[in-house]
Design a protein around this ligand. Structure first.
Ligand code: PLP
Length: 204
């Protein structure tokens, strides 16, 4: 018998799979990724992530390098992104586990550029632009710098540019349109090399 004071949380993996299928249909032909940070928000990333992968999910987002390393053990071939960016001195660790940093500052971009130049590892990155949540991401002035100095993003592939909605769970919020417009304006001027990367807007 469980202790009377112990709450039991039952996770319905089939329901999670059905939710993923529903969302993936809604956003097709864009890819639907999954944020599984904080141990999949307490649901158990080691259980949830393989179920999502079986439904066709290829892009997984976690907050920290440690979460990324743990998820790599579970998903050897998935694309795993680190939302909090690149902690100082962690580039080699990320690269060897094939984790993709979501770079949030010009300093992080410069660290990655130097790492790629010295190691010869040309590993991909994503960029986070702050369009209004004011939590993480490149400021508008940083985006202008990147757009006007193509050397800053040279030597490694840029695979995604993303931004986080401040009110993503409120479809009627005027903030959503405002952020989308700013996102489009800022990314228009990017120095894309090769094929134009896809854009992701993450919602809660
Ligand atoms: C956590 C996070 C997400 C996922 O959205 P939630 O607000 O946790 O639902 C998306 N983008 C970024 C940058 C995040 O840190």
């Amino acid at each position: 018998m469980p202790d009377a004071q112990t709450a039991i949380l039952t996770i319905d993996l089939a329901a999670i799979a059905a939710n993923y299928r529903h969302l993936a249909e809604q956003v097709a032909p864009a890819a639907c990724g999954a944020a599984v940070k904080a141990d999949a928000y307490g649901l158990g990333a080691a259980m949830v992530a393989p179920v999502l992968q079986r439904e066709g999910c290829r892009h997984f987002f976690v907050a920290t390098v440690d979460e990324g390393l743990a998820l790599r053990q579970v998903l050897p071939h998935a694309l795993i992104y680190i939302l909090n960016g690149l902690p100082p001195g962690s580039a080699a660790t990320l690269a060897s586990a094939e984790l993709i940093p979501v770079l949030c500052t010009l300093e992080q971009i410069e660290d990655w550029r130097k790492f790629c130049a010295t190691s010869g590892a040309q590993r991909p990155v994503a960029l986070q632009i702050d369009t209004g949540i004011s939590r993480l991401g490149l400021a508008q002035a940083d985006v202008v710098r990147l757009a006007t100095d193509s050397r800053l993003l040279r030597g490694f592939p840029l695979v995604h540019v993303m931004s986080h909605l401040a009110c993503g769970d409120e479809p009627a919020s005027p903030m959503n349109d405002r952020q989308l417009m700013l996102f489009r304006t800022l990314t228009e001027h990017f120095p894309w090399q090769g094929p134009r990367p896809s854009f992701g807007i993450s919602a809660s």
